[in-house]
Design a binder for this molecule. Structure first.
Ligand code: SME
Length: 150
């Protein structure tokens, strides 16, 4: 089985969103080399902010305003943001000082409206290629179909 098939198999049969996101974060953290953080920020309508969800890595900032940092930018644009050097990204939020590159992919509902982002951080500059982005987007599509909202 390839990575997408194994992720689908792991997530099948469980509809609870926290369980799904927790196992998805753990799976991707194990599968992908050279990460120091992997997890989700969830949009909360009550606060209008992204709030940290299930993840692997060091404790992280709990809330990110829409439009702020790499996560808030990806969410506001509703598109993936791949950053080769986070220190050159205006507004980057340094949760873990070890992070040097980052890839953030939105998760969307049936109408294409984002409800969360998947955030991957690496200590290596330029860790994420265009092909990595494509694969992570494929994983995000599998995850969002399992939950669709949270
Ligand atoms: N660096 C992110 C913040 C989240 S942490 O990396 C876990 C950002 O700029 O949005």
């Amino acid at each position: 089985m390839d990575q997408a098939e194994r992720l689908s198999a792991l997530l099948s049969g469980e509809d609870d969103p926290i369980a799904t996101l927790a196992n998805a974060a753990a799976f991707l953290y194990q599968e992908l080399d050279d990460l120091n953080w992997c997890g989700f920020y969830l949009f909360r309508a009550e606060t209008g902010a992204l709030t940290v969800g299930p993840f692997q890595g060091k404790p992280a900032c709990t809330r990110i305003a829409v439009g702020r940092g790499v996560c808030g930018t990806a969410f506001a644009r509703n598109e993936s943001v791949r950053v080769g050097n986070v220190h050159e990204f205006a507004g980057h939020i340094a949760c873990d000082g070890a992070s040097n590159s980052e890839l953030v992919v939105p998760l969307r509902d049936e109408d294409g409206v984002p409800f969360a982002v998947l955030d991957l951080d690496s200590p290596t500059l330029n860790r994420f290629s265009a092909e990595d982005q494509r694969r992570v987007e494929e994983s995000a599509a599998i995850i969002e179909k399992r939950i669709r909202s949270i």
